[in-house]
Design a protein. Sequence first.
Length: 242
Amino acid sequence: MPSLKPLIVAGAAAVALTPALANAAGGGGEPIKYFAIGAGLSVPDDTEQDTNLAPFSGANNFTLPDGFDTSFDPGFNVGALIGYKFNDYWRVEGEYRYSSADIDATTTRGQFNVPTSANPGGTLTANSGDASVHALFANAVLDINMANNLLPYIGAGIGYADVEISGLGADEGEGVFAYQVFSGLDVKMDDQSWIGARFSFMNTGDFAYDPVGLDTVGGAFTLSEGQYASFDLTIAYRRKFK
């Protein structure tokens, strides 16, 4: 499971935040409403799961591994948001984002031996299926104002993600808690619009996923829940509401 990566991103955001905090409380500037649309690259992290009984050898010569790792190819994301800018520093946003990526491989950690006529060796490596995520976030954003047309910013959000993963005959989905941290840079095009790039890290809560149908192998073996995490780079167009 991801552990240090979100801390690294959050730490970098905190460093960037420090110079702006002294001035942020005072605010200033005219409140505005805006919307944004964007698309870009999504790079999911591996989903790692442990078996409940591992290693286990029992009837019918079943041997289960310690767990399963599902890796993904780079995919894409598209999304939209609406926001409200309180002053020169603080914004809030409601964001929807859809991301999708193909499964690169599902592999075992340790020995997996469930012999069948089609797979007499009992080993497993598969590379079919995909993952899709529909996510909703409530974001808080801090702008770091500069004396030019560049607007760097950092932010964080919490929300809900519907994670669906299919592969090896399994097709499962579940809605779970999700959070993200992000940073970005907008370039002012005119008094009404900006174009920019946002880099974000998203992670979900635990969700149930059985990539190899263990509940059909004797009915007694299940996997621990997994988490879905991704690094997204999005190019977006933002514009004020008139």
